[in-house]
Design a protein around this ligand. Structure first.
Ligand SMILES: [Zn+2]
Ligand SMILES: [Zn+2]
Length: 286
């Protein structure tokens, strides 16, 4: 479905998100265009063979090893740096745009920082740039997104779900942590990877952060007037994960749109004393 139609339909229910969703919708549209043109040549074939031959229970291709279409990522970054939003956002975008124009090596440093989930790389790359490192990370992440999702889809293609993945809190494809959970139309619970967007089925009674399976300490916070959302909380490790009930969502499901249109759920969770996973390592380490 067309991004503009989805974003307008989300905004008819969530007008408070107008600025953020309009801004991100432009990014999602570009990412879709770029994903259709990704060219990884032989790089992807080698990784597909390696993933197909793996006998380990761990991730099939660690995020640090994801091949990227560098020229597409660079050209997408240049386009992202031209997307405007609110006034204050435009100032930030201009700083990033000038930094990218001034240092031809910067894009690849940002891509490497995202692949390795390494704050130090951003600290070095951003030492002389007057923006928060999160902003640089955002631009790096969004620029490589088409390659990353393309590679993840190719690896997952035709591959049966592995039973042991249902009790893993990290993505079976790339080893990253999930960004949220969903309950699909058939009632199956899935986690959605924060890095490659892969969805993998997990047990309904299960905390992805501490692997708790004790029903008594795994609860839901319901959200008033928004029956499509719940917050799954774990009283053992005190963390939460946002959960989307797809059959109750009043607009078409789009991962990116849900990522930016559910910030209020994080505030509710934190008000109730539950922690987000931010600040934890985002990657499987073995
Ligand atoms: Zn993943
Ligand atoms: Zn837990």
């Amino acid at each position: 479905m067309n991004i503009d139609r989805i974003s307008e339909s989300v905004l008819s229910v969530k007008p408070a998100y107008t600025d953020i969703i309009r801004f991100h919708a432009k990014i999602f549209r570009l990412q879709e265009d770029y994903k259709a043109k990704i060219d990884l040549g032989e790089m992807i074939e080698n990784e597909l063979t390696a993933a197909g031959n793996t006998t380990s229970d761990g991730p099939l291709l660690l995020r640090s090893a994801f091949p990227l279409d560098i020229s597409a990522s660079k050209s997408l970054l240049a386009e992202l740096c031209r997307i405007e939003g609110r006034e204050v956002m435009n100032e930030v975008v201009a700083v990033v745009r000038n930094a990218v124009n001034a240092d031809p090596a910067l894009p690849e440093k940002l891509f490497k920082g995202v692949l390795n989930d390494d704050r130090e790389i951003f600290e070095q790359a951003g030492a002389k740039i007057d923006v928060d490192l999160e902003i640089l990370e955002f631009y790096g992440r969004e620029s490589i997104e088409p390659s990353v999702v393309y590679v993840s889809e190719r690896i997952a293609e035709g591959r049966p779900e592995r039973d042991h993945d249902a009790l893993k809190g990290y993505c079976p494809i790339c080893g990253s942590l999930p960004s949220f959970a969903l309950i699909d139309d058939s009632g199956k619970r899935k986690l959605v990877c924060a890095f490659c967007k892969h969805q993998w089925p997990v047990n309904r009674i299960y905390c992805p952060w501490c692997e708790n399976t004790d029903q008594k300490t795994l609860k839901y916070l319901s959200i008033e007037q928004e029956e499509a959302y719940r917050i799954s909380v774990c009283e053992k490790c005190n963390h939460y994960i946002k959960t989307i009930m797809l059959d109750k969502l009043p607009y078409p499901f789009h991962i990116g749109m849900e990522m930016c249109g559910t910030l209020h759920l994080d505030m509710i969770s934190e008000k109730n004393g539950f922690l987000s996973i931010e600040g934890r390592s985002g990657t499987f380490t073995g």
